[in-house]
Write a protein that binds this ligand. Structure first.
Ligand SMILES: NC(=O)c1ccc[n+]([C@@H]2O[C@H](COP(=O)([O-])OP(=O)(O)OC[C@H]3O[C@@H](n4cnc5c(N)ncnc54)[C@H](O)[C@@H]3O)[C@@H](O)[C@H]2O)c1
Length: 342
């Protein structure tokens, strides 16, 4: 099974899909693909101001989808939303590492209680639904050994990552204890269209892209030598769909990450080459350094073996596609006046 672009079409056509967090970065790219592949799509999102959600992300498909504006903390609404669905993708989350340190209770509420609410809604009203939950590589914290795979210990360095670690376990527990079909797909450093490019809290690559598109310099903390697996969002969408459509993924946690690593400075330079701007090296802010995980070297062997997934889009091609998406829509993604005259 290969993740060619058309691979999911026959299997997704007519499927009823719910995407929590469907107005955010990953969720809206997924929604777009599901619509293109003929699925019947509902997104469930509260446009949380502390997350990367943006209603403009679905402007091209708004007439083709059902938009449920609600919160994953609302169990009653989730109980309604999960009924008669074939697949649920759980992309709703508080996604900022920094904010989770300043408001840990809100992070628990959304990332832990919100996930339990979704699982309970499904268990009570649609136990046959397939649930694909999105986890994060930062659940592992600092690497104890590399390459890390799904068996690597988890000692996260920030509250968001700790809550993502716990919520992933809830998903796998419901699969095991209640015989539900659940899968976790863990991601790392995604970039691409529809990301939040104006706020450093939602992924440094997307923020750098926003700075470059605004004609500003990219500020790298320290020497930027730490390694990252950067993924283009289209590849991630392939992985999420394969996980949803293949029962071999049930009960599994899978890393859908890039084949190779680049360091932060290299990523910044490649953004400048493709889009513009210059790299500036600055001192680490103390609060960021305290939660930094260092090198992340992660294996994608398991998802390749189980689902036949492979990342297909290179960093430079991903940057080209990302720039092509954002240029004509910039006013919807960057504060007015943020862009410097080029
Ligand atoms: N982007 C990445 O590089 C990356 C890496 C690892 C893991 N992830 C995971 O992928 C998932 C999606 O992340 P993203 O990058 O698209 O983030 P995002 O912030 O762009 O999207 C999250 C969406 O969830 C919505 N949301 C937040 N709180 C909610 C609530 N209480 N009820 C309903 N909706 C709510 C937001 O409005 C937003 O639209 C998250 O689970 C995140 O942890 C992302």
């Amino acid at each position: 099974m290969n993740n060619t672009l058309n691979n999911s079409q026959p299997q997704l056509a007519g499927k009823r899909v719910l995407i929590t967090g469907g107005l955010g970065f990953i969720g809206s790219n997924l929604a777009e693909r599901c619509v293109a592949d003929g699925a019947d799509v509902a997104v469930y999102d509260c446009l949380d101001p502390h997350s990367g959600g943006n209603i403009y992300n679905v402007h091209e498909i708004e007439n083709d989808i059902d938009i449920i504006v609600s919160d994953v903390r609302n169990l009653d609404d989730l109980c309604q939303a999960v009924r008669q669905k074939d697949i649920v993708f759980n992309c709703a989350a508080h996604t900022s590492h920094s904010q989770s340190m300043t408001d840990p209770l809100a992070d628990i509420d959304v990332n832990c209680r919100g996930t339990i609410n979704l699982l309970e809604a499904a268990r009570r009203f649609n136990p046959d639904v397939k649930i694909v939950h999105v986890g994060t590589s930062t659940q592992m914290g600092r690497m104890i050994h590399s390459e890390a795979d799904e068996t690597h210990p988890e000692f996260p360095t920030d509250i968001y990552s700790a809550n993502k670690s716990v919520s992933e376990k809830y998903v796998l527990i419901y699969g095991n204890a209640y015989g539900m079909r659940t899968t976790v797909v863990r991601l790392a450093n995604n970039f691409g269209p529809r990301s939040n490019i104006r706020n450093p809290n939602f992924g440094f690559i997307n923020y750098f892209i926003g700075l470059a598109l605004s004609g500003r310099n990219l500020t790298v903390f320290g020497d930027g030598g730490q390694l990252r697996n950067a993924s283009y969002v289209g590849d991630t969408v392939d992985a999420l769909l394969l996980a949803a459509l293949n029962d071999a993924a049930n009960g599994e946690a899978l890393f859908a990450v890039a084949d190779t690593q680049c360091n932060v400075a290299e990523i910044a330079r490649s953004i400048c080459e493709c889009i513009g701007g210059d790299v500036q090296f600055v001192e680490w802010p103390k609060e960021r350094e305290a939660i930094e995980v260092g090198d992340a070297i992660i294996s994608n062997e398991k998802i390749k073996r189980l689902l036949g997934w492979s990342p297909r889009v290179s960093m430079s091609e991903g940057m080209r596609r990302t720039q092509e998406f954002f240029r004509p829509h910039l006013e919807h993604y960057i504060e007015p006046g943020a862009a410097k005259a080029a």
